[in-house]
Design a binder for this molecule. Structure first.
Ligand code: ATP
Ligand code: MG
Length: 297
């Protein structure tokens, strides 16, 4: 399988014209080293936050991910796109070890979390610890049947955070999730009294409270109206300053708006990945092109 590297930023900035006139690159993305040496001096090279290497995943005998290789850059947003059933959610769930909650699931390969190099899916790695360090936000807001405050405090209590600092951390997570002003007088209300869009931001605050390194979003706005969707998209743009973001979306405009890099999957394989502009405007693979232009199947 191809080794995909998302960190090709050489097509942006002053080199754009030259890049356009250059011969078409080969289908296999250049290596990190090649890109680094070609990058202009003023371009800072985003370090990797996670490296997926030779990842296979099985539900029983059915293989849902096939030899996936992909690098996720730190403090960037990577969108994962592709038709239904291609393995997008399966890939996300590897990152926070959600599959471990179900029997007969099996990982092969590696996902290293940088800079520590810890193997996220290694049997020696504690899934609970990974769920604190790698938060996840789902399609439907899954607020707990608890108060607004307790929803956000949940992970902090699990971590054994000192009581004295819980209040402060809950407030800062709610501020980071752009929800504080709307709920600061409703801390004791049930989370279910909030609107759908507010509940989704509450789930983001809950994920942020434990100060994660990566935040996973699985179609986070598909149950929301356009205004609530725009708020979440703005929020994602702000959050990438502090956390690496991976977002699965069926909304191609959303992927184009919010992401720095885009990965296209099909039938459990990673077909192509690269800077979002490149993937949307000049994909190397015919399948990607067909999917982007709505000419698929
Ligand atoms: N719990 C499960 N048990 C068995 N097979 C599963 C399970 N979850 C997903 N699959 C299968 O794995 C493959 C990938 O599914 P996945 O949910 O990752 O796709 P997806 O790209 O997220 O699709 P969608 O866009 O519809 O959400 C599919 O063939 C699916 O049927
Ligand atoms: Mg899915």
């Amino acid at each position: 399988m191809m080794d995909m590297n998302l960190t090709d930023e050489t097509g942006s900035g002053p080199q754009t014209q030259a890049a356009k006139e250059a011969p078409k690159p080969p289908e296999i993305a250049p290596s990190r080293e090649t890109i680094a040496s070609e990058a202009t001096a003023q371009e800072s090279f985003p370090p990797a936050k996670a490296e997926v290497r030779g990842l296979n995943f099985f539900y029983g005998k059915a293989q849902a991910l096939k030899s996936v290789n992909l690098t996720f850059s730190e403090n960037r947003v990577t969108a994962i796109i592709g038709p239904s059933g291609c393995g997008k959610s399966t890939l996300l769930r590897c990152f926070n070890r959600m599959h471990d909650l179900y029997p007969e699931t099996r990982y092969e390969g590696k996902i290293t979390l940088e800079p520590s190099g810890i193997n996220i899916i290694g049997p020696e790695t504690d899934p609970l610890e990974m769920r604190m360090r790698i938060g996840m936000v789902f399609q439907k807001p899954n607020a707990f049947p608890k108060s607004v405050f307790e929803n956000v405090a949940f992970g902090l209590r699990m971590q054994g955070e000192a009581k004295s600092s819980i209040e402060e951390k809950v407030e800062s997570a709610l501020r980071a999730a752009a929800l504080w002003d709307e709920v600061k007088d409703r801390m004791k209300d049930s989370a279910y009294a909030l609107s759908g869009g507010q509940q989704q931001r509450l789930c983001i605050a809950r994920a942020l409270a434990t100060d994660p390194e990566i935040l996973l979003f699985d179609e986070p706005t598909s149950a929301l109206d356009p205004i609530a969707t725009a708020r979440i998209e703005e929020l994602i743009a702000e959050l990438k300053e502090q956390v690496t973001i991976i977002i699965v979306t069926h909304n191609l405009q959303q992927a184009a708006r919010v992401s720095d890099y885009t990965a296209f999957m099909y039938l459990g394989e990673l077909i192509e990945a690269g800077p979002t502009k490149k993937i949307f405007e000049d994909p190397s693979n015919k399948l990607t092109d067909e999917y982007i232009t709505g000419d698929f199947g």
